[in-house]
Design a protein around this ligand. Sequence first.
Ligand code: ADP
Ligand code: MG
Length: 238
Amino acid sequence: MGALSLTKITKSFGPVDVIKGVDLTVNDGEFCVFVGPSGCGKSTLLRIIAGLEDATSGTMRIDDADITNAPPSKREIAMVFQSYALYPHLTVRGNMALALKQAGASKADIEAAVQRASSMLSLDKLLERRPAELSGGQRQRVAIGRAVVRTPKLFLFDEPLSNLDAALRVNTRIEIARLHRDLKATMIYVTHDQVEAMTLADRIVVLNAGRIEQVGAPMELYNDPDNVFVAGFIGSPQ
Ligand code: ADP
Ligand code: MG
């Protein structure tokens, strides 16, 4: 259970309209990738979905629940950032446990959830380290593990691989794909990398200046783009 629907979502920062009316349904269990040029509103849209930013207008639902005005902690959504955003003073275990602790989970439940996530992401041997003692790839795995621990209905990834070198990018991408298969969770993944988009997505959403240009399966967009913008972005001949 984790279908997301967005209806007429807009966002303005002062006089600047950044999201200009987005209607979108992401199906339960779907891997949906947002692509689009820098500044087109991808991160803003994710932050609105996560509740880190209020929409100016529009409504959002997860399954039957209206989450438009729900605080982030009540949304059952976990977000993974490009910058990892780990707490430097906490160990890997502490970082992964924190959200559950704050939610009042029992010690045994926290331990079981951290164990499960760390074995999924091969973090078992790193649990007592602090972020400064980890490589970039390991830090990003911890950030993903921290999301997994919360068993959210919806995972949001904002360019999670862009700080990693090429080899690690491939490995981590494969890990995220495997996670999606194992958890059968709904995922929205922002990238400007066409290979990531084509290999990970069930459907790709092409954004341009705060609007959706086209939504479709990767090969659909590749073979049958609606316009030159989509063709250029997905990489098909124009
Ligand atoms: P993307 O992630 O696609 O690169 P963003 O969602 O980060 O784009 O930004 C979309 C637009 O909104 C940009 O023009 C950016 O400058 C603007 N923007 C984002 N956050 C704020 C903010 N807090 N205040 C003012 N403008 C913002
Ligand atoms: Mg962004």
